[in-house]
Design a protein around this ligand. Structure first.
Ligand code: IMP
Ligand code: MG
Length: 182
């Protein structure tokens, strides 16, 4: 992260790629779809800190089946904008997931390396089912093939901030998703 300068962090916000209205509409659709797919069961949402928190809190309120919440925090070694696939767990789940229906909630799938690690790690704990719900995906950047059952929006290969996504911890609070040109 040493390469981030103050001028970078304070660069202006670029073009809005997903508006606040589009976000809210799509999140409600995903909540309805998840509620239908898991009808009659109970679901454990696993939010990946910190970026997924904003999406997760809206998504969870549009799910109408019994649902519980837990979090993981992971750090991916690499530069500020590229993950290496070497992932370290900073905070593990509080609960045991064996036999449970688990849905990982992520902000964005970029290379897919972070999620690949999470799927392997959580999968080895023998959940009943394990699926992924990602708000955003950048298909052009994918390095590994991943089963992402629910996706909010496909976006082009641009670095984005807002609605949880950060650049050097800034701009998570924007109510929309915008490009950030450094
Ligand atoms: P991956 O391991 O390359 O798929 O990277 C996933 C993580 O990188 C996400 O959970 C984000 O924290 C971060 N990330 C990837 N692309 C962006 C972006 O465009 N804006 C902000 N964070 C991003
Ligand atoms: Mg991040």
């Amino acid at each position: 992260m040493a390469s981030i300068s103050r001028a970078d962090v304070e660069a202006p916000i670029g073009e809005v790629l997903v508006s606040a209205d589009e976000l809210q509409r799509r999140v409600r659709e995903l909540g309805a779809e998840i509620s239908r797919d898991y009808a009659g069961r109970s679901l454990l949402l696993v939010g990946v800190l910190k970026g997924a928190v904003f999406f997760l809190s809206d998504l969870m309120r549009s799910i109408e089946i019994p649902v519980e919440l837990d979090f993981m925090a992971v750090a991916s070694y690499g530069s500020a904008t590229d993950s290496s696939g070497v992932v370290r767990i900073l905070k593990d789940l509080d609960v045991v997931i064996e036999g449970r229906d688990v849905l990982i909630v992520e902000d964005i799938v970029d290379s897919g390396l972070t999620l690949q690690y999470l799927i392997r790690n959580l999968g080895s704990r023998n959940p009943r089912t394990l699926e992924v719900c990602a708000l955003l995906t950048k298909p052009e950047r994918r390095k590994v093939d991943l089963p992402t059952r629910y996706v909010g929006f496909e976006i082009p290969d641009r670095f984005v901030v807002g609605y949880g996504l950060d650049y050097a911890e800034r701009h998570r609070n924007l109510p929309y998703v915008a490009a950030f040109e450094r």
